[in-house]
Design a binder for this molecule. Structure first.
Ligand code: OOG
Ligand code: MG
Length: 263
């Protein structure tokens, strides 16, 4: 069931994607469309994906968000959301991120995997994700809600592609069998100062549970996670606001460090 018309979905996708590309904020879309439902929200996100692909961009990763208690508490929501990242959002480890292209960026430490087999819900569980995991790799996601003051509800943030903006893959890849993702420690430093830390279990008890949820979510929409997918499981700590001049380094136990400078 959807409540919005196809033309409303197209119009809202253009509104949100333009805000992203021009780095300006908008009021949250549920204010003007209070009747929109979950399917409408993901339909708007899918339309944003189509707009990018039509322009020649490639979707290069999938993401789960609001998967840790710290993030749900920070944003005042109670369930995870799913989105994607595109090629132009990637920045190199140790590189620069231009704040002039962003509205009000925040950084998040994320435990990620790359898959070697497709994952299809319903019924996907952590062990199925383990069997399909090629390797584990750390990343820092830069989120940048297009909504004023970074305030939203779940439907609004889903439509806004879960605030996806930039991401930096770094550190080093490791075999899943060598790691305990639940106890894997993460330390987030800004300008050399520790500002937040957590362990992998902060993400739904086990970061791969976020991947199982993603597969089950896509299954409901008749889609799957293809083999070879890069997947971010969601910030382990709360997200931290950054501005020009900040240097961010996230130290992941067993996975190395991911760093970047905001200019
Ligand atoms: C939504 C995106 C959340 C994460 O890792 O929790 C996210 C937001 O908080 O703006 O990517
Ligand atoms: Mg994230």
């Amino acid at each position: 069931m959807t409540t919005l018309s196809k033309s409303d979905i197209g119009r809202l996708a253009v509104l949100l994607e333009t805000a992203e590309l021009q780095a300006h904020d908008v009021t949250k879309i549920t204010d003007d469309n209070p009747g929109m439902d979950w399917e409408d929200a993901y339909d708007i996100q899918d339309e944003i994906r189509r707009l990018k692909e039509d322009r020649g961009h490639k979707v290069v990763g999938l993401k789960a968000g609001l998967t840790s208690f710290a993030k749900m508490k920070q944003m005042g929501v109670t369930s995870p959301v799913f989105g994607f990242v595109a090629d132009y959002m990637a920045r190199p480890d140790g590189g620069e991120i231009e704040t002039s292209q962003l509205i009000h960026p925040k950084v998040e430490a994320e435990i990620c995997i790359v898959t070697k087999a497709p994952l299809k819900g319903p019924g996907c569980h952590v062990a199925a994700v383990m069997a399909a995991t090629d390797f584990v790799i750390p990343a820092v996601e830069v989120i940048d809600s297009r909504y004023r003051d970074f305030k939203f509800d779940l439907k609004s943030v889903i439509a806004d592609n879960t605030s996806a903006s930039r991401f930096v893959i770094g550190g080093r890849m490791r075999d899943l069998a060598e790691l305990d993702l639940r106890t894997l420690g993460v330390v987030l430093e800004i300008n050399g100062e520790v500002v937040s830390m957590a362990a992998g279990a902060a993400v739904l008890g086990h970061p791969l549970a976020a991947v199982a949820m993603l597969a089950n979510h896509l299954g409901e929409r008749g889609q799957e996670i293809p083999a070879g997918s890069f997947i971010m499981t969601g910030g382990v700590t709360e997200a931290i606001s950054v501005s020009a001049g900040d240097h961010v380094a996230v130290r992941f136990q067993d996975l190395g460090t991911v760093s970047m400078r905001f200019v």
